[in-house]
Design a protein around this ligand. Sequence first.
Ligand code: NAD
Length: 420
Amino acid sequence: MEDLNPFHIANQQFARAARHVPAHDALLESLARPERIIQIEFPAKMDNGSIKMFTGFRVQHNNARGPFKGGVRYHTSVTLDEVLALSSWMTWKTAVVDVPFGGAKGGVVCDGKRLSVDEKRAITRRFVTQLGPSIGPMVDVPAPDVYTDAATMAWFYDTYDMMHKGQNNLPVVTGKPLELGGSHGRATATARGCIFCVEEAIGRGLIDGVRSLAGTRVVVQGFGNAGSYAAMFAHQAGARVIAVSDSSAAIMAAGGMDADQLIAHKERTGSVAGFPGSSPIPPAELLELECDVLIPAALENQITEANAARIRAKLVAEAANGPTTPAADTVLHQRGIPVIPDILANAGGVTVSYYEWVQNIQDEQWDPETVDAKLRRKMVRAFHSVFDIAADKRLEPRTAAYVLAVDRVARVTEMRGIWP
Ligand code: NAD
């Protein structure tokens, strides 16, 4: 049986790349380890008046290149090993796109989808309070992830601000609402960056016979922040979004679906199910549909040893973190299916988070065109840096992205030296 523990997977990915990085073993070993693991047990009041205990994690993996940075997830499947993996992926992601942050991740074990607004706010406030000085604008800067959003970040900020009066606390979290120090383009950034990567991949000739996104068949698994906007940008570029799924349903329409209408349908009904003109399909089949671009945008371990041989996409672009296992990577590579790895494909989110942080520090608000142009430049540069290494060293793109990232973090660590 394949080992699907995300932390073990992150370690395997690191090990595959480490042998191509010219750094000494002790330094590489230090980069594989998280710097700090925080586990918090805390109470919150539920709507029915009961008090419930929750477990929250914050793992601060590495801050050699800048403050720790990474999202916070509210999901029943959150475990320490998942947060460990996600925190290290943040370190490599910020290094791949070369933004001056390190890597961290947080999570609370709870049913983020079913909590009421009041319950979610209570959990957030208590979690932030107990995190105390472990987060801060120059220390560790959280952001949204699965089942957290701009509203959650507003409570994060407000709680931190109540505890630190008299200073500019806006940069303590990113992904905030626009009216509260958020950035234009942050909500759509992960998807935008992913689609920029797909366009560059097409431009580089990675999909045989395809010259532009227009007319391509796109499949999206997960229809939240990353997935719905990825479908929207693909649709706007003239692609046919032929199938999508969320946690309750998978649907298909061979002629393509209007992503804007689908987003409105999901907002209205709570699911993609029943979208006019579509038919339901078994969720497991969605990943195996014949298409040009497959965008996993839900959770980890979706493309595994068990289904990798049946993937019929010509390109996989990982909007989600960790959707493909190392065994599946090998199978896809052997089958000539390129994978744009998560630490590159979904790095648009943290890139615009960095722009939000800079705007907060400088007390500025950039217009949407400025953010978009800066994001495009960053993503295009990162994409070609990764695929140049992949071509030069004959590596899978994920390993190439790791080589770029680990080398960058290793160099900075060497420069800084050990203190005290
Ligand atoms: P979200 O909460 O907005 O959306 C998650 C979506 O996944 C929902 O539509 C949910 O219904 C769907 N989903 C859950 N389980 C599913 C399943 N088994 N099959 C199909 N769909 C399922 O979360 P998000 O922010 O869009 O995050 C999605 C992925 O993207 C995660 O891996 C996350 O770490 C990654 N990511 C997000 C950002 C960001 O800026 N939000 C940045 C980088 C990476």
